[in-house]
Design a protein around this ligand. Sequence first.
Ligand SMILES: NC(=O)c1ccc[n+]([C@@H]2O[C@H](COP(=O)([O-])OP(=O)(O)OC[C@H]3O[C@@H](n4cnc5c(N)ncnc54)[C@H](O)[C@@H]3O)[C@@H](O)[C@H]2O)c1
Length: 439
Amino acid sequence: MIGVPFDAYGDQVRVGIVGVGNRGTRLLEAMLQFPEVRVTAVCDINPPRVHHAAEMVQATGQPEPARYSGRGGHWQTPQENYELAVHHSKLVRAGTRPDPDADDDYRALCARDDVDIVVNASSWEWHHPVCMTAMLNGKHAATEVPLAMELEHLWDLVNTSEAMRRHCIMLEQVVYGRTELRLLRMAHDGLFGDLLVGAGGYHNEGRAAAFNSTGGTRYPEGWRRRWWYRRDGDFYSMHGVGPVAVYMDINRGDRFESIVSMSSPAIGLTAFREQHVPPEDAGWNDPPYIKGDRTLSQVMTAKGRVIQVSHDETVPQPYTRVNWLAGTQATFNDDPPRIFVDGTSDNGWDDLDDYGHYDHWLWEIDAPLEEHMFRRLFQTMRLGLVPDIDVYDSATWSVQIPLSTESIRRGNRPVRVPDFTRGQWEEYRDGLDRPNPEG
Ligand SMILES: NC(=O)c1ccc[n+]([C@@H]2O[C@H](COP(=O)([O-])OP(=O)(O)OC[C@H]3O[C@@H](n4cnc5c(N)ncnc54)[C@H](O)[C@@H]3O)[C@@H](O)[C@H]2O)c1
């Protein structure tokens, strides 16, 4: 699926959306800005959310979308819902066709004739079965981050995208940031010289948000927190590694070859619960949390470049994605964005705004990241162009999740990163800094 364009959808792209919680509602709002988008179906296991999403669609003057609120099976507890997702992954891997429960859930949405692309913003465990089902029904899939949590699921999505000739795109909005796109253009212009080192991470303190009684509103109850007792590792690599992969032309001339990971002790969530969470909160029934508070990984590329990838959600600090880049001619550090260019920056760091002439054309409009991301997705679909982010990029920016777990499990040994492109990474191809096709 490298270099494969979309069919040209013209002035109408029909969207079915699965998962309209916090993020899905925001994505829906962003998509509805685009006149070419028709939302024909909405699905969530929480009926009031389906109702709200359908009202949002109708408020823009579009016809009422089809509604699905089936649970895809029987479950009572959040853990059983997780196990149901694992079961659906197994069914879809085995090629099993929908059962009677499928009439009212995401599988029915995926089977509709009036859906071109399924947008998925459900919880992590559901990404694999939803995207697989979408593609097996002939639909493109666009999923919230990460693409999937398990290595074999990433391969499934690559293989199914190829077999069905459908795109499977991770909705990674941060690569559309103003700073990130500037850096890409600067790197391609040679301002950094030869790229050497990068760093990216996801540091977003969310202890209170993890527990229902301290403000967590995630459903089914604390699905995200529950990963903290399932395993150790980096659970959210793509926001950090994605931009650095783009600067370094990963899958377009270089590739990730190996990863080694380590985690700090796992203390933060347990300590927070002790201090702030009332005894009636369901979080007190959790098994011990084993995910280290901060996970650090080093990724080595085929060209010998090194990238530090980091993840934590339980360490007190302001939000950052780190975003550092260094080459033989320049160094960039984010938060605040500052750059040192050899021979030019005589007085220390320069403000990145001094390099505003590197702005990407998307930033002629000052818009939220989701809207830049969807502007490009729907533009490439309307015009029949190659998407900016393909299934190989999506898998490559997510694979640190299972492999960091594997490295830690093996006593912090390096683990080989698979080549999802099967050798095609060696060839350069255009990426996110392509010119505006409608410019
Ligand atoms: N890109 C970003 O900046 C960003 C920000 C926040 C969240 N996210 C991602 O968005 C996704 C959702 O996160 P959230 O914070 O909105 O969580 P959430 O719990 O608010 O929303 C998830 C929704 O999915 C629904 N759901 C779960 N299983 C389902 C199923 N089988 N069928 C249909 N609906 C189902 C839930 O009922 C819920 O409404 C996650 O993958 C998360 O990583 C991305």
